[in-house]
Design a protein around this ligand. Structure first.
Ligand code: HEC
Ligand code: HEC
Ligand code: HEC
Ligand code: HEC
Ligand code: HEC
Ligand code: HEC
Ligand code: HEC
Ligand code: HEC
Ligand code: HEC
Ligand code: HEC
Length: 468
């Protein structure tokens, strides 16, 4: 082959390669089904947004920093102190530069890459579980209590998390030493949305003043028919009582700057006018995450978890749990969930002492907040910062916020009623979780005892140095 021929071949090769790259990028980002271009399936956390490649990739050859920014766009709020004890800022600090030699903890994808099911473990972790060794090799010297412990146990249930340690740090354990299994006072905080309405700046009180509506006030347009029972549901419940008329939900603009029109099927956008926080939190968990990337709502048929087969087409919008026009939150908290979920843990709930407590509350035998519904654990009432000057008790509609790892459930749920030591043991016992907490924990976590030993040692040292 002479020089000329070779140059022609290289040129031809270049043209082909560029055409291929062009076609691939066009197909990946313009065609309908892009999943064929995935190098492998997505993790359990992201499988629902599989077709929305652009949530993570802006162009086909997305580089490190672009992907990092995508992760931070969706998860950034949770990746800061105090909810994260290894935030990125810790590792951009030059004093910790040496820790990055073996593992670059500044990049999310160092520990959570995608499309690699063979190396993906619990919680989307794509590192071996003993990866803590890279930075904490000397822990046995610093803490005598940790001598001889294997590095694949640091991340065990009830010990440490890499990110959220809000119920696991030493001072917190010490504060909760020797608590009884059941606390004396055992109730959840009360909801308070109606009481703080006046302080919510963007509430549309100008259009819908918060005063009870009577039968004749309903602003039903001509030609619209609502069954008498449904009309009664509206009239007797929270919305009519708070001045929320038919048009508040049903009159919506089809697009921005267009004239509002009546719709028979209002969705979360209608609710967001008054319940923006609920909608925002909903979109951050597995129930609503598809809405955040403009995909149609999740259906039970597409779930990886076991679901009741007869509900395969059930869509997960606000109506999935709150059916119109009663919007009954008590039905939503148990019967709603069991309309879809059919894993062993969910099905076992009705045999648990917690369900008995919930029934007592519904019957009026138990005080308000003493029952434990599915929502008490999975959608707890948390004190949430609305803005810089106000916080309120919010029903957290991100039902993943207390999961993976489950220690995130301790503070917002269990600690209202149980001691910390007992709770750590219960949440570390997979069989007890599977039967939805019927019976005593069969596992014992050593964290409380280690914290107490640390405390005693520190006290002894202090006493020793005092005697000198
Ligand atoms: C939740 C985020 C996320 C989504 C959604 C996602 N990916 Fe990825 N993808 C990643 C990550 C992380 C990597 C690894 C990047 C790296 O190692 O630099 C990756 C790598 C890739 C690669 C290899 C490219 C390279 O630089 O090595 C391809 C091809 C790819 N993804 C295609 C897709 C397609 C097609 C879709 C949509 C059907 C998609 N991805 C959806 C996160 C995602
Ligand atoms: C469009 C928003 C979005 C983007 C972009 C996104 N995530 Fe997620 N991610 C979610 C949601 C929603 C969940 C499910 C709820 C949860 O587990 O918190 C989730 C779950 C996870 C989980 C938990 C998996 C499990 O099995 O428990 C990890 C880890 C994670 N994401 C890391 C990342 C990383 C790393 C990136 C960047 C490559 C990324 N995410 C990009 C929204 C996003
Ligand atoms: C890339 C390095 C790195 C890795 C990997 C790492 N850590 Fe750390 N860790 C640090 C640094 C730096 C500190 C801060 C040290 C200090 O302030 O004394 C820290 C602090 C801690 C603390 C005490 C402070 C706190 O706020 O909780 C615990 C406990 C801890 N790490 C546990 C773990 C566990 C468990 C793992 C593995 C799941 C792990 N670390 C992986 C670097 C790392
Ligand atoms: C050095 C390893 C490492 C890095 C870097 C890392 N993670 Fe994680 N991540 C873990 C481990 C380990 C878990 C399992 C739960 C735990 O120990 O906190 C986890 C769990 C998670 C979860 C599910 C549980 C939770 O607390 O929300 C999400 C979401 C997540 N990581 C997102 C991210 C994002 C986003 C980044 C980048 C800003 C990131 N992680 C960086 C190791 C890492
Ligand atoms: C708080 C919001 C809200 C208010 C207030 C409200 N609706 Fe609805 N309405 C809904 C939702 C949500 C649906 C169910 C949509 C679906 O199934 O997709 C619905 C369904 C309907 C339907 C169609 C299906 C059916 O059940 O017949 C009609 C008609 C209707 N509403 C009329 C009314 C009238 C009349 C009023 C006032 C008396 C009213 N609505 C007040 C939210 C509301
Ligand atoms: C114009 C404002 C407005 C709109 C639009 C609206 N709501 Fe409400 N909603 C309220 C107010 C105010 C309350 C509190 C009433 C109370 O507790 O006294 C409330 C209460 C609720 C409750 C609690 C009911 C109870 O019995 O405690 C649920 C659930 C609810 N709304 C769901 C929805 C859903 C779903 C939508 C959309 C289909 C929606 N709301 C649309 C104003 C609104
Ligand atoms: C998975 C089921 C489920 C879905 C889906 C759901 N909710 Fe709820 N919601 C509940 C439960 C359960 C409660 C009551 C919890 C409690 O009493 O502690 C509740 C309570 C509420 C309240 C009353 C909050 C308060 O502080 O008084 C509002 C408002 C509300 N939901 C709005 C919405 C909106 C808007 C959507 C759609 C984005 C939605 N919900 C989707 C289960 C759900
Ligand atoms: C309309 C059907 C439907 C209803 C009603 C419903 N869910 Fe879900 N739930 C789903 C689907 C679908 C998923 C996502 C499963 C997946 O991605 O594999 C899910 C996910 C979850 C997860 C996350 C599990 C995980 O491993 O990340 C929890 C927890 C959960 N639901 C609890 C509840 C609770 C509690 C209620 C009632 C307050 C409820 N659900 C009501 C369909 C439903
Ligand atoms: C006392 C608290 C509590 C109650 C009550 C409760 N759960 Fe759970 N749930 C948990 C814990 C803890 C986990 C396990 C998290 C882990 O370790 O992965 C869990 C896991 C789940 C999962 C994920 C299952 C999986 O295989 O990934 C679903 C779905 C779920 N619960 C739904 C429900 C439903 C529906 C109800 C009511 C019928 C309910 N839970 C009642 C605490 C509770
Ligand atoms: C609103 C209060 C409340 C909350 C929240 C709560 N529990 Fe309970 N729990 C109780 C009470 C009260 C009992 C005792 C019921 C009885 O013996 O009749 C109980 C019993 C138990 C039992 C023993 C069951 C048996 O058969 O003896 C376990 C285990 C348990 N809870 C674990 C948990 C865990 C883990 C959490 C958090 C994920 C939690 N609970 C949240 C009030 C609560």
């Amino acid at each position: 082959m002479d020089k000329k021929q070779r140059r022609a071949l290289v040129g031809l090769w270049l043209v082909f390669t560029l055409a291929l790259v062009g076609w691939l990028s066009y197909s990946m980002f313009k065609s309908e089904d892009k999943t064929v271009f995935m190098p492998g399936p997505l993790t359990g956390g992201h499988h629902q947004i599989g077709v929305a490649c652009t949530a993570c990739h802006t162009d086909p050859l997305t580089s490190g920093e672009v992907i990092q920014q995508a992760c931070v766009n969706c998860h950034g709020e949770d990746r800061k102190k105090p909810v994260d004890s290894h935030p990125r800022a810790k590792f951009t600090d030059p004093r910790n530069a040496d820790t990055l030699e073996n593992i670059d903890a500044r990049q999310c994808i160092t520990c959570h890459t995608e499309h690699q099911p063979d190396m993906t473990g619990n919680n989307g972790l794509t590192q071996p579980v003993d990866f803590c060794v890279h930075c904490h090799r000397d822990i046995g010297d610093d803490r005598p209590s940790h001598q001889g412990m294997a590095f694949d146990t640091c991340n065990s249930a009830g010990c440490h998390n890499f990110h959220n340690n809000r119920a696991l740090y030493t001072d917190f354990l010490i504060k909760h030493l020797h608590e009884p299994d059941l606390l004396v006072s055992r109730t959840l905080p009360a909801r308070e949305f109606a009481d703080v309405l006046g302080e919510i700046v963007d509430y549309p009180a100008d259009r819908y003043p918060v005063t009870p509506l009577a039968d004749g006030d309903a602003d039903v347009p001509q030609g619209v028919q609502l069954a008498a029972a449904d009309h009664g549901d509206w009239l007797e419940t929270a919305h009519a009582n708070a001045g929320v008329n038919c048009s508040a939900c049903h009159l919506v603009a089809p697009a921005e700057n267009e004239k509002p029109e009546w719709t028979d099927t209002p969705d979360h956008r209608a609710c967001a006018q008054c319940h923006s926080l609920e909608v925002a939190r909903f979109q951050r968990g597995k129930h609503g995450m598809r809405l955040a990337v403009d995909l149609p709502p999740m259906t039970t048929g597409e779930a990886r978890l076991p679901m009741k087969p007869e509900t395969a087409h059930e869509q997960l919008g606000c109506n999935g749990c709150h059916s119109a026009h009663r919007f009954d939150t008590r039905a939503a908290a148990v019967e709603g969930c069991l309309g879809c979920h059919a894993d062993n843990h969910s099905l076992a709930y009705k045999d648990s002492p917690h369900y008995a407590l919930w029934q007592k509350e519904l019957n009026g035998e138990g005080e308000p907040g003493s029952g434990v519904s599915c929502a008490s654990c999975h959608m707890p009432r948390v004190n949430f910062d609305v803005n810089d000057w106000m916080s309120r008790i919010l029903v957290d509609h991100n039902q993943n916020a207390t999961l993976s790892p489950n220690e995130k459930m301790i503070r917002p749920a269990c600690l209202h009623c149980h001691g910390l030591g007992y709770t750590l043991d219960a949440l570390a016992d997979p069989a007890l979780i599977e039967n939805n907490f019927r019976g005593m924990p069969a596992v014992h976590v050593k964290s409380m005892a280690l914290a107490e030993a640390d405390l005693k040692r520190a006290e002894a040292e202090r006493a020793g140095s005092g005697a000198d």
